[in-house]
Design a protein around this ligand. Structure first.
Ligand code: ATP
Ligand code: MG
Length: 451
């Protein structure tokens, strides 16, 4: 319905008729179709309060884009001409965040609205690194400048929930109508300013089912290496967004097609080239996508544990072949793989801890005798470890029979579990038990060890 309306109103001339980027197209609700009730009440109240105090205030960015496409916005950003100090005093629960470019978090119940002051366009005074990456971004500007420094036309729409109009500086509504993701300005310059925009292009196109415009897509392959200059913490945040977008499989495929995966997870290209590793990673990502789309939570630790598992496994195998003892070798392998990643992608300490927990449980699933299974099932991380085991089995890395055994064991009651335990086959333990048995009684050994 909305799309039909848009199609009727946005004939092709609308795109080229407006040359001046300082005067936006002002689109009424009859054109864009977004009613104020569709916007979260927290975002509406934020705009109301700011406007009543005499400031401009608009819902901006991803939320407007998502509403136009018909996707539920993840969160809401508001842009205003009020300074952070002016914003803060207007709200009961608000705090200023960030040092260089301050923004304000305005809180209503559990919802947080991110309010930022219009930012100025970059000029010759903007500080960049030697590749052109913008390092400081801390000057306030006009709304037109704010629109020009956003990444894609679809992300530069300003929705006023009081008047129910959209200010469109770069024909973003027409692009959305055409299902096109288009960079504002000259794509190469914009990627140089911030190489993460290449990843955003891939992620947003996959998430929203948009085509990346040819001029926007074309430079990505040749500029991919600029990602190497992006701070690892920023890359990690962006990768996490990508992997938990609900469209991770599509994103990874697009990253590979654009040759972007090399700079990201340095080991991802290696993993994806091993048939077993690729199957495992793709299964894990498909699983995550299904969870995200069903509104379930996902754990970054689990996700990165799957991405890096086959590397850890290969490293562990080499160590065991060299004669290292299995458990210390696994610890060493884990550290080496996580350290290698850290150079490119700053996996936080807490997440690295979660990854290790999941990996360390894996050899323990092999032990189905004695007290091992009962102890393992009591572990707080059992569920994550078990889900991980299922993926290993589904990808063919371990026997499905092992995963099935754990499924049955998990669902069984205590006495059924006892009957499931596999007799101990460790010769040292057998000898110990025989000795202690012979002291107590001469009863026959029923452990089945003779086999
Ligand atoms: P989503 O929230 O669905 O992941 P988003 O587009 O809202 O997507 P945010 O990171 O929330 O992404 O950013 C909010 C807005 O800030 C964007 O819509 C865009 O206008 C602007 N923005 C974000 N990152 C960049 C960037 N790297 N360069 C220029 N503008 C950006
Ligand atoms: Mg957003």
């Amino acid at each position: 319905m909305i799309r039909k309306l848009l199609r009727r109103v946005f004939k092709k001339p609308a795109r080229s008729s407006r040359k001046d980027q300082n005067s936006p197209a002002e689109l009424a609700v009859a054109v864009h179709g977004i009613r104020r009730e569709q916007v979260s009440s927290a975002a509406r109240r934020t705009c109301d309060t700011l406007q009543q105090a005499g400031f401009k205030a608009y819902v901006v960015g991803g939320a407007v884009r998502d509403l136009l496409i018909g996707v539920d916005p993840k969160d809401y950003d508001v842009a205003t001409d009020a300074t952070p100090d002016e914003v803060r005093v207007l709200f009961r629960r608000a705090r200023i965040i960030g040092r260089r470019f301050q923004i304000v978090h305005v809180m209503f119940g559990s919802e947080t609205i991110e309010v930022s002051t219009f930012r100025a366009a970059h000029d010759k005074n903007t500080i960049t690194d030697q590749h052109g990456r913008v390092l400081h971004d801390n000057v306030w500007g006009s709304i037109a400048e704010d629109a020009a420094r956003r990444d894609f036309t679809a992300n530069a729409l300003y929705y006023d929930p009081v008047k129910e109009i959209i200010l469109d500086y770069h024909d973003g509504v027409a692009d959305i109508q055409d299902k096109t993701l288009r960079m504002i300005g000259e794509p190469r310059t914009r990627y140089r300013e911030d190489p993460v925009r290449m990843l955003r292009a891939v992620r947003l196109a996959a998430k929203l089912g948009l085509q990346i415009d040819a001029a926007t897509e074309q430079p990505i392959r040749e500029m991919a290496e600029l990602l190497e200059n992006v701070p690892p913490a920023r890359l990690f945040d962006e990768m996490l967004k990508l992997l938990t977008s609900g469209h991770a499989v599509a994103c990874i495929k697009r990253l590979r097609a654009a040759d972007l995966h090399h700079g990201l997870l340095p080991l991802l290209d290696v993993i994806l080239e091993q048939p077993m590793g690729e199957k495992f990673v793709m299964l894990a990502l498909a699983n995550t996508d299904a969870r995200v789309r069903a509104g379930k939570t996902t754990s970054p630790g689990f996700l990165f544990a799957t991405l890096l598992w086959h590397e850890a496994l290969a490293n562990w195998e080499i160590r065991k072949k060299r004669g290292e003892l299995p458990t210390p070798a696994l610890f060493e392998a884990m550290d080496e793989i996580l350290d290698q990643q850290a150079e490119k992608l700053a996996i936080t300490r807490r997440i690295a801890g979660d990854i290790k927990d999941i990996w360390l449980l894996q050899p323990r699933f092999e032990k189905r005798s004695g007290k091992h299974p009962m102890r393992l099932i009591e572990q707080p991380r059992f569920r994550a470890g078990y889900d991980f085991l299922l993926l290993r089995a589904q990808s063919g890395e371990v026997e499905m029979e092992l995963a099935d055994w754990w499924t049955t064991f998990h669902d069984a009651d205590y006495s059924e579990r006892e009957t499931m335990l596999v007799p101990d086959t460790d010769p040292k333990k057998r000898r110990r038990r025989k000795r202690s048995n012979s002291k107590k009684s001469e009863a026959p050994d029923t452990s089945g060890d003779a086999a």
